[in-house]
Write a protein that binds this ligand. Structure first.
Ligand SMILES: Cc1cc2nc3c(=O)[nH]c(=O)nc-3n(C[C@H](O)[C@H](O)[C@H](O)COP(=O)(O)OP(=O)(O)OC[C@H]3O[C@@H](n4cnc5c(N)ncnc54)[C@H](O)[C@@H]3O)c2cc1C
Length: 608
């Protein structure tokens, strides 16, 4: 790459070349008249086989060159365990190390964003952007044969966006049995889940290129070789943004650029003529705001940071999907990813993948189900649901909580997401990295059923731990701090017993009298189910909301055009702006929000 002139001002400076940051950079630099700079802390690893090969993702976690590898504070409702939070530290951010599941949000969920005071952010307004980011491929015949996919609507979301989205060729009897078992519980999907309304089990898509069998993510999609040729787009990797620089001489502070630390340890200032766009992710966008003087006065003063804008909501409102992982030993003939523990098997599969992209390493075979509130007796009646929510009435006073209550009460919205995961999951009290959750340590072969709460009521926080960018922020998710979350989650765990019962197609694939994790614990009643939650709940890695888009007096950090309150020429665009956590896996919403934000920025340029 030719030497970049950093002295010459850029028009837009994007902080963080992750999932959202690269969307913004791509779309803004479509206009050759504007100069765009992206500054990314990690390196460009978009041709690294560990990043590209879907089945080798575990090799990325905990390694400094790929993963920020954050850890929560001890969680009182989880036996004081700490929870790992992998975050991508490379071009493409967390899209470079995620599990590639591609799901779409529900209508009611995104409509609630508008209800919370964000004009223009209802489902129908976001829907075009949910189409824009992806090229959705026709399912292979083998996946139709095994999983039906009768609900898949070919015309719904074809698109020609940069991210490839596809069904797998490698589904097996476990996926098939999963779908049948949910259907037996009255939970069969009949409409395309991408249309904003779906309850039941379905086979989700994945962000994998079906031709190359490689990960399709922000760096390969939005910063592909064609885009990289643009002379008006500069991507600076292995460079840390330390803070945003403001001109404070006017009535409101104006963002004029950033201060960076290069990989050679040199500090520099870079100017932005038009805007600074912060896209450092949910745990680091608030960190950069606080280090720049935007946040709670108490926190900033504690670290001797001059206050530029006082806003105690920065770093608050953090939401995350809690996930409870129960592993079940499989019968000898049932496929399990745990066989990869044998180096001979792994080497043979790597050889197969290298030769032609064939085999399980190029696939994602996780299956999904959405359900309303369920428990050990099946679907909970509307009256019982109302009664449970009413018994926690006193905690449901905020606009957020009221919006979530409506979603839980709605017959169309999914309270739970269940996942079928093809390997065992282990939960150490103090995991060194995400890899410790998913690498097989037990000698038996397992598959895992995961219970996820789509709409947690609890809210956590993330704040700086010192005045320096190198000090990791303190992330306290405060899981189940609203006890209703524990009540709901435990009911979902009770329902799992219905899925693994010997009489179901799924239960028949498990070993008769086989082991389960947590060992010996069966959710025969609510108390036992809660014990399972305490032992086996971790994060789905969907942290969001720390710079929430909301009215300022209701805890907002950015307005409905994603501009930071109290400033000029500064926006946040990443998962941190979500006012409410979306249903299911959230990368589709991050891409869509960033696509919409790019249009807002382009529109606003006309009036600058
Ligand atoms: C392990 C894991 C599994 C997941 N699985 C799925 C899945 O299967 N399906 C799904 O839909 N979602 C999944 N997700 C969630 C999804 O990938 C993320 O929510 C999404 O990618 C977040 O995008 P973002 O733009 O907000 O942040 P990121 O993509 O994380 O981008 C932030 C970027 O900012 C950079 N940065 C941070 N601080 C600085 C600084 N000071 N200076 C310069 N750069 C900085 C970071 O290095 C990073 O590149 C998963 C996430 C993880 C971690």
């Amino acid at each position: 790459m030719a030497a970049v002139d950093l002295e010459k001002p850029f028009d837009y400076v994007v902080v963080g070349g992750g999932t959202a940051g690269l969307v913004i950079a791509n779309r803004l630099s479509e206009d050759s008249d504007v100069r765009v700079l992206v500054i990314e802390a990690g390196a460009d690893r978009s041709s690294d086989p560990l990043v590209l090969c879907p089945g080798l993702v575990a090799g990325l976690y905990g390694k400094d060159e790929y993963d920020w590898n954050f850890t929560s504070t001890p969680q009182p409702t989880l036996n004081n365990r700490v929870i790992n939070q992998a975050r991508g530290k490379m071009l493409g951010g967390s899209s470079a190390l995620n599990f590639l599941m591609l799901l779409y949000p529900s209508k009611g969920n995104i409509d609630a964003w508008a209800v919370l005071g964000n004009e223009g952010w209802d489902f129908d307004s976001l829907a075009p952007y949910l189409r824009k980011f992806a090229t959705v491929h026709t399912p292979p015949q083998s996946s139709k044969d095994l999983c039906g996919l009768t609900y898949h609507n070919e015309d719904l979301a074809k698109g020609d966006g940069p991210i490839h989205v596809t069904f797998s060729e490698g589904y097996n009897v476990t996926n098939q049995a999963w779908l049948k078992t949910f259907a037996g519980q009255g939970l069969e999907v009949t409409t395309d889940p991408r249309d904003g309304r779906a309850l039941g089990a379905f086979q989700n898509q994945a962000s994998i290129d079906p031709v190359t069998h490689t990960r399709s993510f922000a760096a390969t999609g939005y910063y592909n070789p064609e885009v990289a040729k643009r002379s008006n787009l500069v991507v600076l990797t292995e460079t840390l943004v330390e803070k945003i620089v403001f001109d404070t001489t006017g009535d409101e502070p104006v963002a004029t650029g950033v201060e960076i630390l290069t990989k050679d340890g040199e500090k520099k200032q870079i100017s932005a003529n038009l805007e600074v766009i912060l896209s450092a992710g949910t745990l680091q966008s608030p960190q950069i705001l606080e280090l720049s003087g935007i946040g709670s006065k108490d926190i900033l003063e504690k670290h001797n940071i001059p206050v530029i804008v006082e806003n105690p909501s920065v770093g608050e409102n953090v939401q995350d999907h809690p996930i409870v992982c129960q592993s079940f030993e499989v019968a000898d003939t049932t496929p399990s990813g745990d066989v990869l523990r044998d180096p001979n098997v792994l080497n043979a599969l790597v050889g197969m993948y290298q030769a032609s992209g064939a085999g399980p390493l190029g696939q994602s075979t996780i299956s999904v189900a959405y359900s309303p509130l369920v428990d050990g007796s099946g679907i909970v009646s509307p009256e019982a649901k109302k009664e449970l929510l009413a018994s926690h009435e006193h905690t449901l006073t905020t606009p957020d909580a009221q919006a979530i209550r409506k979603l839980v009460e709605s017959p169309d919205e999914a309270t739970f997401q269940f996942l079928l995961f093809p390997t065992q999951v282990s939960i150490p009290d103090v995991p060194k990295s995400m890899a410790e959750y998913i690498l097989p340590v037990l000698p038996e072969n397992y598959i895992t059923v995961m219970t996820i709460l789509n709409h947690p009521f609890s809210r956590g926080s993330v704040h700086i731990s010192g005045p320096d960018i190198h000090a990791a922020p303190v992330w306290d998710p405060k899981y189940n701090s609203n006890l209703l979350d524990m009540e709901l989650l435990a009911r979902g765990v009770e329902f799992v017993e219905r899925l693994v019962d010997k009489s179901t197609p799924f239960g028949k694939l498990l070993k008769d009298g086989g082991k389960r994790q947590p060992e010996g614990l069966v959710a025969t009643d609510l108390e036992k189910a809660k014990e399972i939650v305490r032992k086996r709940q971790i994060s789905v890695f969907h942290v969001s909301g720390s710079c929430a888009m909301k009215p300022r007096e209701q805890g907002g950090v950015v307005d409905a055009r994603l501009r930071v309150y109290g400033t000029k020429r500064l926006r946040v665009v990443d998962a941190s702006v979500f006012p409410l956590e979306p249903v299911g896996n959230i990368q589709s919403v991050v891409y869509a929000v960033a696509e919409k934000a790019a249009d807002l920025i382009k529109e606003d340029r006309k009036s600058l």
